[in-house]
Design a protein around this ligand. Structure first.
Ligand code: TRP
Ligand code: SF4
Length: 404
């Protein structure tokens, strides 16, 4: 696989620690659904990651793995466009995690911003384990084993992607410089032919001396286009461009998912831990009840009291579900006491139900036929495994482990 192709690969994972809700849909899944048309996407259930925090509750993970896959499919993730798989079914992640752990400085994992915080603040669980410390290294292995170019994540995960880049850089630095690297790279340049060799050298110089990103991109494209050079030379030419050794593990980029706008039933961010969610496939009468009993502006006690939409969680839902007209209607009706809270909530209930209707329908065929879900996952696991195996072979060889 060329670096250019790798740059088109998108990889992301989700931990199966609870049922997905509308916050996940608006924050993450809609983004995945968009990306699956533009990139070569791989989405996986991060069950090992779930175990790093929920090792005492294996039943939670077990329950949520298949439900989560059904939720993905229900919301429109398309197994024809994206590969869906389960982390623990691709054991190569674990071997790469082990190998990367050999070169990862302890200080890097200890200084991950969320780490110390989570260990000290989590009073529900004991997170002072070796596995939890290694969480970002496992995540790096998830990403690097597919040489993914882009990783859609929320802001909280950006430090993990950053660390993945550092681990990749360190790996390439240590293992990408075989003896005589520079001479080999010079030999490889000659194989490009006179014209392309000159172009390569010019572009490399522009990038190395002036940091021109455009020159680097053009040079990467130039090397990618060469059909007849051996794979080792190709990797060397990529690495040499940036002044390093062979690029065995390319550095990924975070694709920042915009912060979720979804408000929960109580006005806080929608989250399982606040118990303020509407799940993706929540039964319609339960949706109706949850929204009808939602808190409103606490100052609006009687129907005749005017309210302040900016102090009301219900109005936040109008921001997600209503167009300008209806938002205007709600604001005016509220501030003038022209409408009651029940009137204000009614179109919202309808909008949520309408959003969920196609999801419920799509989910039904999978709920009724679990084998269908299993076969989608089996296929995804197989494809993922074949990529993972080939990366791992390169990694083993680079680390001198190919004497078996
Ligand atoms: N740590 C991520 C989260 O909590 C889940 C995850 C695990 C992940 N491995 C990944 C996300 C690899 C992106 C890429 O949300
Ligand atoms: Fe909230 Fe709507 Fe009631 Fe105003 S009318 S307080 S915005 S629910």
């Amino acid at each position: 696989m060329s670096l250019i192709e790798a740059q088109k690969r998108v990889l992301s994972g989700m931990r199966p620690t609870g049922r997905l809700h509308l916050g996940h849909y608006h924050g993450v899944l809609k983004n995945w659904i968009q990306l699956q048309h533009e990139y070569d996407c791989m989405f996986f259930v991060a069950d090992w990651h779930a175990l790093t925090t929920h090792y005492e509750e294996p039943a939670v993970i077990q329950d949520n793995v298949w439900q989560m896959v059904i939720d993905w499919l229900a919301s429109g993730v398309n197994p024809g466009s994206a590969e869906l798989f389960i982390q623990s079914r691709v054991p190569e992640h674990a071997e790469l995690h082990l190998l990367l752990s050999m070169i990862t400085p302890l200080s890097w994992v200890e200084r991950v911003p969320s780490y110390k915080d989570m260990v000290t603040k989590s009073n529900e669980r004991d997170l002072s384990t070796y596995g939890f410390l290694g969480y970002p290294v496992l995540q790096s292995a998830d990403i690097l084993i597919y040489k993914a170019g882009k990783v859609p994540v929320g802001a909280d995960q950006v430090p993990h992607v950053e660390m993945t880049r550092e681990i990749a850089r360190r790996f390439n630095h240590i293992y990408g410089r075989d003896a005589g690297f520079e001479e080999l790279a010079e030999e490889a340049i000659k194989k490009l032919g006179r014209k392309n060799a000159k172009l390569y050298r010019d572009l490399r110089r522009d990038f190395m001396e002036q940091g021109l990103q455009g020159s680097l991109d053009t040079a990467v494209a130039l090397v990618s286009d060469q059909q007849n050079i051996p794979l080792g030379d190709r990797d060397r030419l990529f690495g040499y461009l940036e002044g390093g050794g062979k690029v065995i593990l390319p550095e990924p980029q975070a694709l920042l998912t915009e912060a979720s706008v979804m408000t929960g039933l109580d006005g806080q961010k929608m989250s399982k831990s606040y118990g303020n969610t509407i799940t993706l496939r929540e039964a319609p009468d339960s949706v109706d009840k949850k929204i009808k009993t939602m808190t409103t502006d606490p100052a609006r006690i009687r129907r005749t009291d005017p309210g302040d939409p900016d102090k009301c969680p219900v109005f936040k839902l109008h921001e997600v579900y209503s167009d300008d007209n209806r938002r205007q209607w709600a604001r005016e009706g509220c501030t003038s006491a022209g409408i009651g809270c029940i009137d204000c909530k009614k179109p919202l209930i309808e909008a949520v139900l309408a959003e969920q209707q196609p999801m419920r329908e799509r989910a039904r065929q999978y709920e009724e036929n679990p084998d269908l879900v299993k076969s989608i996952i089996a296929e995804g696991c197989e494809k993922a495994r074949s990529v993972a195996k080939s990366t791992l072979e390169e990694v083993r060889a680079a680390m001198g482990l190919d004497y078996r």
